[in-house]
Design a protein around this ligand. Structure first.
Ligand SMILES: Cc1cc2nc3c(=O)[nH]c(=O)nc-3n(C[C@H](O)[C@H](O)[C@H](O)COP(=O)(O)OP(=O)(O)OC[C@H]3O[C@@H](n4cnc5c(N)ncnc54)[C@H](O)[C@@H]3O)c2cc1C
Length: 350
């Protein structure tokens, strides 16, 4: 019987482990993947962070790279590896937890394919992104067209030759559109908003994150007036020159994707039958249904206050806007972790 189990061995789980370790608590991290940094390594190959080194530190140990450098996904995985080694954090990999239920003795059973783990408290650090979302009509598209969600997109080498469609106007959509349309032998249709706000990675010699920190943008909490406003508006695309990309000769914006049948894709502004590849950068749905007793908000995230859920003994870390815009970022999770550790330890000594 453990005191604490953290589910998820990426930035959020490691930030909580830091506090449990420092206070010499009896804990274990479990993770469904087979290595540290998997959630980052699984993302596309050319991914660069939009946060420079100095905004990527987890508690205690700094991200080892020059100030102003924008790390790639391998740098992040390497940082996590060093972090785990530095603090000797106990992690059990290949342990995908399928259910969390409360036992008659008041403790929790965490079931996985090879058995179960018992713990008094469970901290869910499974990230914000669970089920890749693709519109239902994707099943009506001919099998000759290659379809891949951004979650599984790695590089151009995956794609068929020929016309390509990128769907989705977030950071992922625009970054992938940028990469795919650099291959100017390819016509690339873009489906999604073209009037999105985009912010450069630096401004007047300072990084965007420097400005965000300066004006307190990352600290407004979701209960404040400004926090509520920021949470409700679409996030700007960061570090990608949207206008330059949309202005490329081989990029054709087509508006919203409305439906599909066979080879035909129906958009707001066109019907196109020549598409050989579709990359759906259409986001994710959360999945926390495997945890017994939770209440959910309208978006499917567990109701909580700064990580404390409605189920006593079940805690969260790393949810988007758990408290501030920074909650689900490398540099921002520390503050939430420190708060939550304080709550856990206060409860123990009560
Ligand atoms: C494309 C992209 C770019 C981003 N760029 C930046 C950036 O530049 N800067 C920044 O600060 N943030 C960035 N983010 C946001 C954020 O830092 C990441 O989403 C981050 O990965 C979230 O960390 P996490 O630890 O909460 O969860 P994750 O990284 O999602 O890790 C969750 C872990 O939990 C494990 N897991 C999940 N379910 C289970 C289960 N049932 N049982 C056991 N294990 C489980 C997974 O295997 C995984 O290891 C980016 C996000 C994306 C998608």
């Amino acid at each position: 019987m453990l005191e604490y189990v953290i589910i998820g061995a990426a930035q959020s789980g490691l930030s909580m482990a830091y506090h449990l370790n420092r206070s010499k608590k009896d804990f274990l991290i479990v993770d469904g993947s087979d290595r540290i940094g998997a959630s980052w390594l699984n993302r596309w190959d050319s991914l660069k962070l939009f946060t420079p080194t100095e905004y990527n530190h987890l508690p205690g140990l700094e991200f080892d790279a020059p100030t102003g450098y924008y790390p790639n996904k391998k740098d992040v995985a390497h940082y996590f590896e060093s972090y785990v080694a530095h603090y000797t954090i106990p992690i059990q990999f290949n342990t995908l937890i399928k259910s969390v239920t409360r036992n008659s003795n008041g403790c929790f059973s965490l079931k996985h394919k090879n058995g179960q783990i018992e713990t008094k408290n469970v901290i869910i650090a499974t990230g914000p992104f669970h089920i890749p979302y693709t519109p239902a009509f994707h099943t009506k598209i001919t099998e000759d067209t290659l379809q891949v969600h951004s979650n599984y997109y790695k590089s151009l080498s995956q794609l068929n030759d020929g016309d390509t469609l990128v769907v989705g106007a977030g950071d992922s959509g625009y970054q992938i559109l940028d990469e795919v349309s650099k291959d100017d032998s390819r016509v690339v249709y873009f489906s999604g908003k073209t009037n999105v706000k985009s912010l450069p990675q630096s401004f007047m010699g300072k990084s965007l994150w420097w400005w965000f920190t300066k004006i307190g943008f990352l600290k407004f909490n979701k209960f404040s007036r400004i926090g509520k406003l920021l949470k409700s508006i679409p996030q700007p695309v960061i570090g990608t020159d949207v206008d330059e990309i949309l202005g490329r000769e081989n990029v054709i914006p087509v508006g919203r994707t409305k439906d599909a049948l066979g080879k035909d894709l129906f958009f707001d502004k066109a019907i196109v039958s020549s598409i050989k590849n579709i990359i759906w950068a259409t986001g994710y749905k959360p999945n926390f249904k495997w945890i017994e007793g939770l209440e959910f908000d309208k978006d499917g995230y567990p109701k909580n206050y700064k990580g404390v859920s409605n189920v006593e003994g079940v805690y969260f870390i790393g949810l988007p806007w758990m408290f501030t815009r920074g909650s689900a970022t490398l540099g921002g999770v520390s503050e939430d972790a420190e708060y939550l550790a304080g709550v856990l330890f206060a409860k123990e000594s009560a």
